[in-house]
Structure formats: C-alpha cells, structure tokens
Design a protein around this ligand. Structure first.
Ligand code: FAD
Length: 278
C-alpha cells in the first residue's frame, strides 16, 4: 500500500486505484494521462509485463468510458535491450489503443534515446493517422530541428522543459535559457502545428504564454500537470481549457516519489509535516 505521504503524487499500486483516481478527476473536468511506474529494465520480462498491463489498461479505460489516455516510457518497454525489443513491446500497445480509441503518449527520456523515440512516434502516428503523441524537451539544443521535422506528423507533441541532467554539449543548462527556448518552441508550434499541442508545465508564465498563443492562433492545446502539483490550479484551468493530469501508479513508486520530493523544498516540507503528523 502507498503510504499517505506518497499518495499525493501516486494514485495507488493497482490499476483499480489508478482508475478510481481518473474517475474523480473526470468529475472535475480533468482528464488523465495514466503511467505505470517503471523504467530502465535490463530484462525482457518486466518490460513485457508492463506492456501487457498497458494493453489491459486500454480496455479498462475504454470499457469504463473514462477520460483518460496512457503515457509509456521507452526504457520501460525494453529500450535498454535494443530498439527492436522496444518496438516489439510498444507497437502492440498502440495497436490495441487504436482499436479502443485510447490515446498513447510516449515520454521522452535522456538525449541518447531521442532519435529512437521520435522515429517510433513518427512511424506510428503516420501509420495510424494520429492517436499517438511524443514529448520534446526544451533543454536539448536539437529540439528546434526536431520540432520542425515533426511539425506535419498527425499526432500530438507535449512540450516540456526537460527532466534529465544532460551534458552541456547537447543541452542548455541555464534555467532562464531553457524557459526562453520553451516559449519560442511553443510559439513555433502554435503557429505551424496541425496536430495537437500539449504543454507539460506547472510554470505559471509558461501556462499564461500558451493561453496567449492559443488566443492569437486559435490552435488547440492541452495543459498537462503532474498529480499532486498545483491541483487547485488544474481544476480552475479546466473550467476553460483542456487539462490533463499525469497520473502515475504501480508498486515502483518510491523513486518517483523521491524525485518529486527533491524537486521542491515545499514538497519536502509537506512530507515532513505528514510524517510528523502536523
Ligand atoms: P519548474 O521550472 O519546475 O518551475 C517553474 C515554476 O512553476 C516555479 O517557479 C513555480 O512558480 C511553479 N511550480 C513548479 N512546481 C510547483 C509546485 N510543486 N507547486 C507550485 N508551483 C510550482 N520531462 C521529460 O524530460 N520527459 C517527459 O516525458 C516529461 N513528461 C512530463 C509530463 C508532464 C505532464 C509534466 C507536467 C512534466 C513532464 N516532464 C517531462 C517534466 C518536465 O520536463 C519538467 O522537469 C517539470 O515539469 C518541471 O518543470 P516546470 O515547467 O513544471 O516548472
């Protein structure tokens, strides 16, 4: 069972708990991006197990008619074992999701995986005419070129600042520079993209900027935030815009919870208060 200090950020260990959370979000007009926690498997077995869990989640979401989609991590689906393994696990998930009209996002991991991940996205989105999305990271210097390359792919693209510590030869390490890159990437996307745009950020300035661009260009977009972060803002924004909450679940929750804690002092204070019962 997930202890109370972690259940602000993680929906539970079982799919049933995750789906209950999705249902409660839907009641507040927020949709969910469900992620089974797991990454960097060096064995095929857990990768295949997670892939099977995602295929069954597709049915659960569709059967219950929930407002939800999936987000998968390449290294969770065996990318560390090779591109072939990754595609053997990813493609059937996307196929199953297409059959049930459930959208599949592909998270972006560190820069060594960018090419394989974008290739998989482009191929699958073109094959199915949409239904698939990928994340791109503003901290990577290559992203402007990547975004131009995938501008006409019929899927969705989630724009984020980038969560991985990357070397300075491939990435901007200055936070302000990354913020500016994200703003400019969004400007390009709102002006040129035909597919959908996801804005994965809790930063009020980035969210405001996206709303301004939406008003200027009329392009569809969705605001995406993590479970447990700025939840009230998510509900408020959902009164006017499409809002998705990224909902992690599963028994590998400890490292994810630790990352959320390390990200922000306030989160650590929140955890300490929970531990101390204050
Ligand atoms: P930050 O730069 O962390 O913060 C900027 C400002 O936002 C802060 O000053 C504050 O005003 C506000 N803020 C931030 N956190 C809080 C908080 N807890 N409470 C109140 N205000 C806050 N990264 C990847 O590399 N690959 C992915 O596939 C990926 N997918 C993501 C999917 C989603 C839905 C989201 C939300 C993020 C994803 N990320 C991904 C992570 C992303 O790259 C950033 O590391 C992360 O979102 C932190 O950047 P930020 O834009 O939210 O704002």
């Amino acid at each position: 069972m997930i202890p109370p200090i972690a259940n602000r950020f993680v929906a539970g260990e079982s799919p049933a708990e995750a789906l209950d959370h999705v249902r409660s979000l839907n009641e507040r007009d927020v949709e969910a991006i469900v992620n089974l926690l797991g990454e960097h498997y060096d064995d095929r077995e857990p990768a295949s197990q997670d892939a099977a869990a995602y295929r069954s989640l597709v049915d659960d979401i569709a059967d219950a008619d929930l407002g939800g989609c999936l987000s998968v991590k390449p290294s969770q689906l065996g990318l560390d074992l090779g591109e072939e393994v990754f595609r053997e696990e990813l493609d059937p998930i996307v196929e199953a999701a297409q059959d049930r009209d459930v959208f599949v996002w592909i998270d972006m991991e560190d820069h060594t995986t960018t090419d394989v991940t974008l290739d998989a996205y482009e191929e699958l989105a073109r094959e199915y005419g949409g239904g698939v999305g990928v994340c791109v990271q503003a901290n990577l210097k290559r992203t402007r070129d990547d975004v131009e390359r995938i501008a006409d792919v019929p899927g969705k693209v989630r724009f984020v600042k980038g969560a991985y510590d990357e070397p300075a030869d491939v990435a901007y390490t200055d936070r302000e520079r990354v913020d500016r890159e994200l703003e400019e990437l969004l400007e390009y996307a709102f002006e040129h993209f035909e597919g959908g745009i996801g804005v994965g950020s809790h930063d009020p300035e980035i969210v405001e900027h996206s709303i301004d661009l939406h008003e200027e260009y009329g392009t569809d977009f969705e605001i995406q935030m993590l479970m447990g972060v700025r939840t009230d803002t998510q509900y408020e924004l959902a009164e006017e815009y499409d809002v998705y909450q990224y909902v992690p679940y599963g028994d590998r929750w400890l490292s994810y919870f630790y990352r959320r804690m390390m990200e922000r002092k306030q989160n650590v204070r929140f955890a300490l208060r929970a531990i101390l019962g204050r």
